[in-house]
Design a binder for this molecule. Structure first.
Ligand SMILES: Cc1cc2nc3c(=O)[nH]c(=O)nc-3n(C[C@H](O)[C@H](O)[C@H](O)COP(=O)(O)OP(=O)(O)OC[C@H]3O[C@@H](n4cnc5c(N)ncnc54)[C@H](O)[C@@H]3O)c2cc1C
Ligand code: FES
Length: 277
């Protein structure tokens, strides 16, 4: 990608929308730069008159089509969810670091909530390279499980891969947290690398499990982004800017950050406890 080109704002037309869960909708559009994004990278999405918010990218075919999936939270996401086929969006990016992979043959992905979005992008890439992608998908309830059918179909492309589901209310799969399931899986099986994205408390636990299993791990972080491009400092964690140095960090870096899994910053920069997202 030509340097700096990704900073140029573009206006794109929504070509289709799909309700994935009662509170999350996918939007598809065409953008050449976004279609070259690596799993874990994000775009800043501008809804004129409302806000500009970061969203993970799922490049989905060779013709430059991409997908974003947005969950209802505050004003920005609600406004984006009201957009329909044919409406316009402003975007810039892709930005940030991506999940890495080298010679892994067998990996484990542990996803919770909207953290499933970048891991679905990663699964699409790794499954196409015949890497055995095992997946643990967690949600509060069956209705909020994201992309379960697509994940099963992609993971199923490699013969031995398994998809495990955990819901907190037990409405599908094992009752409990994705990390409880991950602990069981990691007791019996070994993997070349673990990838995780979801609530920060969940990822902190995954880091501990990966350490006990002596397995390299990478995690995708969410922080409040304003500029999304390394200028304003609103996304800081320790000495790092999540929008520029992340959002994907390796386990070694994250273990050195005492606030990871415990503290973040709100819109005014005040330190707040990390809740479930
Ligand atoms: C790199 C990255 C990738 C993301 N990918 C996705 C995605 O694929 N799909 C998706 O639905 N969401 C994603 N998010 C989260 C999304 O950007 C926020 O939900 C959105 O910015 C909220 O804006 P809002 O105006 O709707 O809510 P606001 O009114 O700004 O906030 C509502 C509540 O959400 C909290 N909040 C706001 N922004 C964030 C944030 N970035 N992280 C955690 N809590 C936040 C606020 O503190 C507040 O409690 C991503 C965030 C980052 C940083
Ligand atoms: S969001 Fe501005 S520096 Fe990261």
């Amino acid at each position: 990608m030509t340097r700096f080109l990704q900073h140029k704002p573009r206006i794109v037309e929504i070509v289709s929308v799909k309700n994935e869960t009662p509170s999350l909708r996918s939007l598809n559009f065409r953008d050449e730069l976004s279609s070259e994004a690596k799993p874990g990278q994000f775009i800043m999405t501008w809804v004129p008159g409302t806000d500009e918010i970061p969203l993970s990218l799922i490049p989905f075919d060779e013709d430059g089509f991409v997908r974003i999936a947005v969950k209802e939270r505050g004003e920005g996401s609600k406004s984006l969810l009201r957009r329909a086929k044919g409406d316009m969006l402003g975007i810039r990016g892709p930005y940030g670091s991506a999940f890495t992979h080298t010679n892994e043959r067998r990996v484990l992905m542990i996803a919770g909530g909207t953290g499933t979005v970048p891991l679905l992008a990663l699964l699409r890439t790794l499954a196409s390279e015949s890497i055995e992608c095992n997946f643990i998908l967690g949600a509060s309830t069956a209705r909020e499980l994201l992309f379960a059918a697509e994940i099963r179909s992609l993971a199923g492309k490699t013969k031995k891969a398994t998809v495990h589901v955990a819901t907190e209310d037990g409405s599908e799969g094992e009752k409990g947290l994705a990390t409880d399931l991950a602990a069981k899986v990691l007791k019996d099986q070994s993997f070349d690398r673990i990838y995780t994205c979801g609530p920060e408390a969940m990822m902190r636990r995954v880091l501990d499990l990966a350490k006990a299993a002596q397995t390299p791990v990478e995690a995708g972080l969410e922080r409040i982004f304003k500029c999304g491009s390394g200028i304003c400092g609103s996304c800081c964690i320790g000495p790092y800017l999540v929008c520029k140095d992340g959002p994907v960090f390796n386990g070694k870096t994250l273990r050195g950050l005492s606030e990871f899994g415990f503290w973040a910053r709100d819109h005014s920069g005040r330190r707040v406890a990390v809740g479930t997202r």
